[in-house]
Design a protein around this ligand. Structure first.
Ligand code: NZQ
Ligand code: ZN
Length: 387
């Protein structure tokens, strides 16, 4: 195990009706709020109104930025930064999925910076301060509600880049499983794939002697697998929604990667595909991940054997390690297919035309991943397998 520091101060308020506590949490940081939302779902479900009732009752003033896109765009974020600077906003409240939360993080950082917020994503500058952020999550997927990451698309340059900073960790996040009842089937599925993919990125590592982190990871995967069909068949199954929601938060809040080197190559490739074709993140991951697994498994077959046995209950008797590992990968693909996730880039009408460009965007002049360091040529092969 490697040395590590673990510090996650985000306060979780989990369960039905926790929105009632929103004003108490907000006023610790200020009472001039920018509320950030997406394309209208939170208005339709009534969450926005619920939040506003509590905030107004506590004497808060609020401004509203709506229309954050899935795969949030820099141009919309810049509008939020302008409001914060102009109105002297004290705290940002994100109500929505990962896109709304990621955009809000960018707004929080941009509001305290004189330059262009995109500088943080291109590594021209580092985040030194940010406005406080609170979130009300409506979709189980990214873990953004309890991490310091933000992923933003610059549509002009067709780049989708991430930044991570402790300054972006939400002060609090309200996680009410009933708020995820209305997530449509496709986004429920993409969320499930995203959660599992976050675990894969951290589980497949050459760092040895990390049994606790690995068992945490397997527990998240098994919890998601057990509850996936339950939420798809019955979107209002409270306990199944709650377990998927909790899994999403703990899959990417800094817990399962403590003391480990992690990979993240598949996310880099998916972000490149999304930057060019604007496809849903979880849909891209479902297509790419089993191909990444097959491509890198010879660099450390043991972990793939453990994965096959502990997560998918693959029988080992009379089989070689390679056969067991391949069966685990096949079971992963079959599971994605069973829940209705896409399996080929052509499902999104993506052909081979821009593969080289996507590979270049993924590696950005270097290599990606750690289980096997991938060059541009490796990424091209994985993308070709995914067509
Ligand atoms: O825009 P609205 O109207 O809110 O609708 C959204 C959107 O169309 C809808 N939705 C959300 N909650 C709903 C709902 N519809 C009905 N009922 C509800 N309760 O779902 C659609 C997708 O929302 P989005 O926020 O885009 O999804 P997700 O949470 O999967 O976020 C994806 C973004 O997060 C990034 C992805 O790259 C992508 O840009 N990621 C962020 C990460 C992080 N911050 O740590 C890590 C991830 O790996 C990922 O890269
Ligand atoms: Zn992801």
């Amino acid at each position: 195990m490697e040395n590590f520091e673990f510090h996650n101060p985000t306060k979780l308020l989990f369960g039905k009706g926790e929105i009632e506590k929103i004003a108490n949490e907000i006023v610790r940081y200020g009472n001039k709020i920018l509320i950030v939302t997406g394309g209208g779902s939170v208005k339709k479900i009534g969450i926005l109104d619920q939040a506003i009732v509590h905030l107004e009752a506590s004497g808060c003033t609020w401004f509203h930025l709506e229309g954050i896109e899935p795969n949030p765009r820099l141009t919309t974020i810049q509008k939020g930064i302008e409001i914060c600077k102009r109105e002297g906003i004290e705290i940002v409240l994100a109500i929505g999925g990962g896109s709304v939360i990621d955009a809000s993080k960018a707004i929080c950082a941009g509001a305290m910076y004189d330059g262009d917020v995109w500088d943080f994503y291109t590594r021209k500058s580092t985040i030194r301060s940010a406005l406080p952020l609170g979130t009300v999550l409506t979709l189980a997927a990214t873990g953004s509600e309890m991490n310091g990451n933000s992923v933003v698309t610059n549509w002009e340059t067709q780049e989708k880049l991430a930044v991570g900073s402790n300054k972006l960790l939400p002060k609090f996040s309200i996680l009410d499983p009933t708020y995820t009842y209305s997530v449509p089937k496709d986004h429920t599925v993409y969320g499930i794939v995203d959660i599992m993919s976050h675990v894969f990125e951290q589980y497949f590592s050459h760092t040895s002697h990390t049994p606790l982190q690995d068992r945490f990871s397997e527990a998240i995967l098994k919890t998601v697998i057990e509850n996936a069909t339950k939420v798809i068949d019955n979107p209002k199954n409270y306990d199944a929604r709650a377990n998927i929601l909790l899994s999403s938060t703990f899959a990417l809040n800094g817990l399962i990667n403590i003391g480990k080197t992690t990979d993240w190559a598949t996310h880099a490739i998916e972000h490149a595909v999304s930057a060019v074709y604007d496809i849903p993140h979880g849909g891209g991951l479902a297509i790419l991940f089993p191909h990444w697994m097959a491509y890198v498994m010879d660099n450390g077959i043991e972990k793939f054997v453990t994965f096959a046995v502990n997560v998918w209950n693959v029988e080992t008797e009379g089989k070689t390690d390679k056969e067991i590992a391949l069966e685990g990968i096949t079971k992963t693909r079959e599971f994605f297919n069973r829940i209705g996730a896409p399996s080929q880039l052509k499902n999104y009408n993506i052909g081979s035309e821009r593969i080289e460009e996507m590979a270049e965007k993924a590696v950005r002049g270097g290599t990606i991943g750690s289980y096997k360091r991938l060059t541009k040529e490796d990424v091209i092969k994985i993308l070709q397998e995914s067509l």
